[in-house]
Design a protein around this ligand. Structure first.
Ligand code: 13P
Length: 252
C-alpha cells in the first residue's frame, strides 16, 4: 500500500518484445487507461524501436513512456547504444536502469548502474533503479544483505521522489510464475524504505518502491496491498492491454 503522499506507479517493461503490430495493443491500453489517472500513474517502457510512436500516442495524456536502459554518456562513439538524453528527446519520462537481465547479460555492476542513474537524472527524466537477489542468494538467505548493498552502490547521492523510483525484483521471481510471500515482500520493502530514509531523509520516506516479478491480475491486489509497495514493475503481463489494465485497477 503506497504512503499517502504518492500515487502508485504501475510500470510495464516490455523487454525485447513488440513489433509495429503491437501499436494496436498499446492503443487499446491507452483507451482503457483513461479513467484511472486520478488514482494511479501508468508507464510503459517498450523497446526503443517503438518508443517514439508510443510517445506520440501518449502526448496529450497522463500515460508515460520510458526507456529500458541507457548509456552512461550523452553522446559519443558507442555503436548501438542509446543515451538518456536521446530517450528524453523523443518523449521518455522514465528510464529503467540496473534490471537484473542487464546485470546478467551485459555484466552491469552496481557502479555502472550508479553512473546510468546519474545520466538519467541529467536528462531530466526519472530513474527506475532495479535491485533484487538471485535464486542462489535467496536460498542462502542473503536477500537483505544483497539488496542493501545494491542500493548503497547503485543509488547516487541526490535521490529524490522526483528523480528516482526503486524496483525490488527478486531474480528468481521474474518470468517464473513464482512470487515471494507477502511477508517476505513486506520485510524487503521495509528494509529498502529504512535505507532510503536514512540516506535521503524526508524524500526517502516518499520515494516510490515498486515490486516486480510475476505480477499478474490474480496476485496484484495482494502484492499491492503490502506496506511500502508503491506500485509494480510488470513484465509479461504488461504486454496484454487487459492484464495491464487489470493490474492498474488493483492499484487504484
Ligand atoms: P515478469 O512480470 O514477466 O515476471 O517480469 C518482471 C520484470 O522483470 C519487470 O521488469
Amino acid at each position: 500500500m503506497p504512503n499517502s503522499y504518492t500515487k502508485p506507479l504501475i510500470a510495464g517493461n516490455w523487454k525485447m518484445n513488440g513489433l509495429n503490430a503491437s501499436v494496436s495493443e498499446f492503443r487499446l491500453m491507452l483507451s482503457e487507461a483513461n479513467k484511472l489517472f486520478n488514482k494511479v500513474d501508468l508507464l510503459i517502457c517498450p523497446p526503443v524501436t517503438l518508443l517514439q510512436s508510443f510517445a506520440q500516442l501518449t502526448k496529450d495524456t497522463d500515460f508515460s513512456v520510458g526507456g529500458q536502459d541507457c548509456h552512461i554518456n550523452n553522446s559519443g562513439a558507442h555503436t548501438g547504444d542509446i543515451s538518456a538524453e536521446m530517450l528524453a528527446d523523443i518523449g521518455a519520462k522514465y528510464c529503467i536502469v540496473g534490471h537484473s537481465e542487464r546485470r546478467a547479460d551485459h555484466h552491469e555492476t552496481n557502479s555502472i548502474v550508479h553512473a546510468k542513474a546519474s545520466a538519467v537524472w541529467k536528462s531530466g527524466t526519472v530513474a527506475i533503479i532495479c535491485v533484487g537477489e538471485t535464486d542462489e542468494e535467496y536460498i542462502k538467505r542473503e536477500t537483505l544483505k544483497v539488496v542493501e548493498n545494491q542500493l548503497l552502490e547503485s543509488v547516487p547521492l541526490g535521490a529524490t521522489s522526483f528523480n528516482t523510483v526503486i524496483a525490488y525484483e527478486p531474480v528468481w521471481a521474474i518470468g517464473t510464475g513464482k512470487t515471494p510471500t507477502t511477508d517476505d515482500v513486506k520485510n524487503v520493502h521495509a528494509v529498502i524504505r529504512k535505507h532510503m530514509t536514512e540516506r535521503f531523509g524526508e524524500e526517502g520516506t516518499i520515494i516510490r518502491i515498486l515490486y516486480g516479478g510475476s505480477v499478474k491480475p490474480s496476485n496484484a491486489q495482494e502484492i499491492l496491498g503490502v506496506a511500502n509497495v508503491d506500485g509494480a514493475l510488470v513484465g509479461g503481463a504488461s504486454l496484454k492491454a487487459f492484464d495491464f489494465i487489470a493490474i492498474a485497477k488493483a492499484a487504484s
